[in-house]
Design a binder for this molecule. Structure first.
Ligand SMILES: *[C@@H]1O[C@H](CO)[C@@H](O)[C@H](O)[C@H]1NC(C)=O
Ligand SMILES: *[C@@H]1O[C@H](CO)[C@@H](O)[C@H](O)[C@H]1NC(C)=O
Ligand SMILES: *[C@@H]1O[C@H](CO)[C@@H](O)[C@H](O)[C@H]1NC(C)=O
Length: 358
């Protein structure tokens, strides 16, 4: 079920959203948070009542400089979940809108079960999208999940990112994994083109964050376990935005390595979060750092209350509502945070009044 896709970018709207972004950058108080953490996904137990209806996105076409060779494809992997559909739609739109070569972007969606309504909405919202949908077998991970501090993090789909190497076809050698609560406001080709050097994964790295607190006292006091960080300088990274060399991931058995830590966690509580800590255990200190602009995370606030957060200073290419608060829920509740107005222009939900009309 792959479709072809094209683009007519909307320069004026692009410019307007950039201006809005810049305006907000100046208006919002800078705020450092190393607390948020957490990847995106499956939010609270909010159940979407169908029918959820979306406007059709415009057709986005390649610019003249774009190559049409097969190896110019940019592979993006995301999860697909009825509860997060509004976020997914906005994320996809934002990527295409800011892409110089939107027809070269191919999406790989993972879901845990076939949902005909989700699929038909995706197709009717993006009739030209190049995408494939894969089923992630929740059984693969069910026995390995330990309860975290936020129920939403315990959804099997949240763990699908560990299995991308085996789910995606062998010809996919590199991919960008993205959470569903992001919008990209820059050309995805720039992120795609990062030099991974000898590393299996690239992501923004936060070496000033207190790394200790991502693991329990039990972990740190067990010298055999904590020795895993020997010889590296581990730093926090967020698994909601990752560039992965899938070939290296497969050949290095990284899925197995991450799973091994989840087995340890089952026996002994070595961390409190979901799928993030085992990634840190395997890879922290051994990733290729990417500019922080590619994951302005924590906009959803903390994991407990989802309080409003401002933006960190500096340029931004990707906004990420990790944490408990999601922009579509806060906008609907009529008590949005300032940063949520940066998400609104990408909202294709039909009922919303805050989105633009073509
Ligand atoms: C894509 O393929 C062309 C022709 O085979 C080759 O010259 C080019 O280096 C390839 N580009 C990448 C990014 O692999
Ligand atoms: C880092 O976090 C740990 C565990 O929460 C705490 O004991 C330690 O004091 C913190 N270190 C710094 C430098 O804040
Ligand atoms: C990966 O696992 C396979 C099969 O268990 C094994 O043959 C291979 O040596 C492993 N590779 C690495 C790099 O650990």
């Amino acid at each position: 079920m792959a479709f072809c896709w094209s683009n007519a970018s909307v320069p004026i709207l692009g410019l307007l959203s950039l201006l809005l972004l810049l305006l907000l950058l100046f208006l919002l108080p800078p705020h450092h948070h190393h607390h948020d953490e957490l990847h995106a996904p499956p939010p609270s137990a909010a159940v979407i009542t169908y029918p959820l209806s979306f406007r059709e996105a415009p057709e986005f076409r390649n610019g003249e400089t774009c190559s049409s060779s097969l190896n110019s494809t940019i592979h993006i992997a995301m999860t697909l979940d009825g509860n997060y559909l509004r976020g997914t739609m906005a994320a996809v739109l934002s990527i295409l809108r800011h892409s110089t070569c939107p027809e070269n972007v191919a999406f790989h969606f993972l879901w845990v079960r076939h949902e005909a309504e989700v699929l038909s909405r995706l197709k009717s919202t993006f009739p030209y999208l190049s995408f494939k949908v894969y089923t992630f077998d929740a059984k693969r991970v069910r026995g390995l999940i330990s309860k975290s501090i936020r129920q939403a993090l315990d959804q099997p789909l949240n763990y699908a990112r560990i299995y991308l190497g085996e789910i995606l076809p062998q010809e996919v050698k590199r991919l960008i994994y993205l959470d569903s609560d992001i919008v990209m406001v820059d050309n995805v080709a720039k992120l795609w083109g990062v030099d991974l050097k000898e590393n299996v994964l690239a992501a923004p790295e936060y070496c000033h964050a207190n790394f200790t607190r991502y693991f329990s006292q039990e972990f740190w006091s067990d010298s055999e376990l904590s020795r895993t960080f020997e010889g590296r300088q581990p730093c926090y990274f967020n698994t909601g935005v990752m560039v992965v060399d899938v070939e290296k991931w497969r050949n290095g058995n990284y899925t197995q390595k991450v799973e091994d830590w989840m087995v340890v966690q089952k026996q002994k509580r070595i961390y409190h979060l979901g799928s993030l800590p085992p990634f840190l255990l395997v890879l922290a200190g051994n990733i290729e750092p990417v500019d922080h602009r590619w994951n302005q995370h924590g906009l959803g606030g903390d994991n407990i209350e989802g309080k409003c957060r401002g933006l960190n200073p500096g340029p931004i290419s990707l906004l990420h509502w990790s944490g408990k608060g999601k922009p579509w829920l806060r906008l609907d509740s009529k008590r949005p945070c300032s940063v949520d107005h940066l998400w609104a222009p990408y909202d294709l939900y039909r009922m919303s009044k805050h989105s633009f009309e073509e």
